[in-house]
Design a protein around this ligand. Structure first.
Ligand SMILES: NC(=O)c1ccc[n+]([C@@H]2O[C@H](COP(=O)([O-])OP(=O)(O)OC[C@H]3O[C@@H](n4cnc5c(N)ncnc54)[C@H](O)[C@@H]3O)[C@@H](O)[C@H]2O)c1
Length: 358
C-alpha cells in the first residue's frame, strides 16, 4: 500500500517567552501544524496552558529524545542557538532558528555544517523577508519600479530589550548591532545580494563601547548604539542602524533610492489605524510605553512583522520536502553573522574591513 503523505508537521519549541510566543501564535494559525512540546527553563506552565501544548520539558535534550518531532523552533537566547540547533539536527529534526543564527561565525558555520551532514533543513528566521510591506517593496523593485537601486537605508531601533539575556554581551554576542541591526542586514542581503552573486565586499561599523560607555543603558554589557555600512560588489551601498536609544516604540524603517524612484517603508508605525485615547488602552505596538493621545496601533503585529508567513513557509517546505530558499536558509543566517562580526572588528579598529560575504 502506498504510504500516505504527511499532512501535519509536529513542532517542538525550545524557549517559552517572547519569541516562543510569536512562534506559537504563528503555528496556532496554521492548520498544518501540531505544537507537540515545549522545552525551557522557566514559564513552562503558563506557556503550555496558553497554547495548549501537551508536553513540557525543562531539558530540551529530553524533549528531543522522547518526542517524535519534525521541526524544532529555536527560541532561546542567542548564545544557546548553536547548542540547541546542533542537538536538534543530530536528533534528525529540521531546525527553525531565530536570529542571529549564532553569536559567532564559527558557531553559525557549525550549525550550517551539522544540518547539512545530518540531512535536515535549516531555516533562518529573518522575519523582515516575510513582512508583507517589505515583500511588496521587493516586488516593486524587481519589476523595475524604481530603476536600478543604488542605496538602501534601514533601521530597527527601540528603547531596550525586555530580555535579560540580550543585556549581557556574552549571552547576546554583542549589543544592538547583532540584536537589532541584523534585521536590516539580512533583508538587504536578500534584496541586493543576488544569492551570493553580488556579495558584500566591504563594511564599516561604529558602535559605542557598552556598559559605562553607552549613551543610556549603562547596565548593558553590549553597545546601545550601532551604525553599519555595507558596500556590495556591484557598487551599491547600504546603511543600517540598530540602537536602544529610540523611545516611543519599535521603529523599523526602510528607504530605497533608485535611478528612477524611491520607496519609504514604515513597518511598525505605519498602521492604517489612528487612535486618540484619553485614558489609554492596553497595547499599541512593540516597546511602546504610552497609549494616551494619538497612537497608531498595529492591526496584526505578528503578521505585519513577517513571523506568521515565515513559519508557514518553513512548514510548507517540511511537508513538500523542499529546501529553504536563500532568503530563509542557513546561508543567509551565516552571512549575516559574518557581516556583523566584521562590523564589530571595524568598530574596534576604526578601519573598513574587506571580505566577501553573501
Ligand atoms: N525575529 C525577531 O524579531 C525576534 C524578536 C525577539 C527575539 N528574537 C530572538 O529569539 C530568541 C529568544 O529571545 P526572547 O526575546 O524570546 O528571550 P526571552 O528572554 O524572552 O526568553 C528566553 C527563553 O529561553 C529559555 N531558555 C533559556 N535558557 C534555556 C535552556 N538552557 N534551555 C531551554 N530553554 C532555555 C527561557 O526559558 C526563555 O523561555 C533570541 O535569539 C532573540 O534574538 C527574535
Amino acid at each position: 500500500m502506498k504510504k500516505k503523505a504527511k499532512d501535519k508537521v509536529r513542532v517542538g519549541i525550545v524557549g517559552s517567552k517572547f519569541a516562543a510566543d510569536f512562534h506559537a501564535d504563528s503555528y496556532r494559525r496554521n492548520p498544518k501544524v501540531e505544537i507537540a512540546a515545549v522545552a525551557a527553563i522557566d514559564n513552562l506552565e503558563e506557556f503550555s496552558r496558553k497554547w495548549s501544548v501537551p508536553a513540557a520539558y525543562s531539558d530540551y535534550n529530553e524533549m528531543l529524545r522522547k518526542e517524535e518531532l519534525d521541526l524544532v523552533s529555536v527560541c532561546v537566547p542567542n548564545f544557546l542557538h548553536r547548542d540547541v540547533a546542533v542537538a536538534a539536527a543530530r536528533a534528525g529534526r529540521h531546525v527553525m532558528c531565530e536570529k542571529p543564527l549564532a553569536t559567532t561565525a564559527e558557531h553559525a558555520r557549525e550549525i550550517v555544517e551539522t544540518c547539512r551532514k545530518e540531512g535536515v533543513k535549516l531555516f533562518y528566521g529573518e522575519d523582515w523577508v516575510f513582512a508583507p510591506a517589505l515583500r511588496r517593496t521587493v516586488e516593486i523593485i524587481r519589476e523595475g519600479g524604481v530603476g536600478q537601486v543604488f542605496y538602501v537605508k534601514a533601521r530597527e531601533c527601540h528603547s531596550g530589550s525586555h530580555s535579560p539575556f540580550a543585556k549581557s554581551k556574552q549571552s547576546c554576542g554583542g549589543g544592538s548591532l547583532i540584536h537589532l541591526a541584523i534585521h536590516p542586514v539580512g533583508w538587504i542581503l536578500h534584496l541586493l545580494g543576488e544569492e551570493g552573486e553580488n556579495p558584500v565586499v566591504e563594511v564599516i561599523g561604529r558602535c559605542n563601547g557598552g556598559a559605562g560607555e553607552n549613551y543610556v543603558h549603562k547596565d548593558n554589557g553590549g553597545e546601545d548604539f550601532a551604525l553599519g555600512i555595507m558596500k556590495f560588489a556591484n557598487g551599491q551601498h547600504a546603511f543600517v542602524e540598530g540602537n536602544y536609544i529610540t523611545v516611543g516604540g519599535m521603529d523599523d524603517r526602510v528607504e530605497i533610492y533608485g535611478a528612477q524612484g524611491n520607496i519609504k517603508v514604515d513597518l511598525t508605525f505605519g498602521s492604517c489605524l489612528s487612535v486618540y485615547s484619553r485614558p489609554g488602552y492596553a497595547y499599541a505596538i512593540e516597546k511602546t510605553d504610552n497609549t494616551v493621545g494619538w497612537t497608531r496601533p498595529a492591526v496584526d503585529e505578528f503578521h505585519n512583522l513577517g513571523y506568521v508567513d515565515e513559519l508557514a513557509r518553513a512548514v510548507d517546505c517540511v511537508l513538500a520536502g523542499e529546501q529553504p530558499a536563500y532568503s530563509c536558509g542557513g546561508r543567509l543566517g551565516l552571512a549575516c553573522v559574518e557581516i556583523i562580526s566584521a562590523m564589530y572588528r571595524s568598530s574596534e579598529s576604526g578601519c573598513a574591513v574587506k571580505g566577501r560575504w553573501g
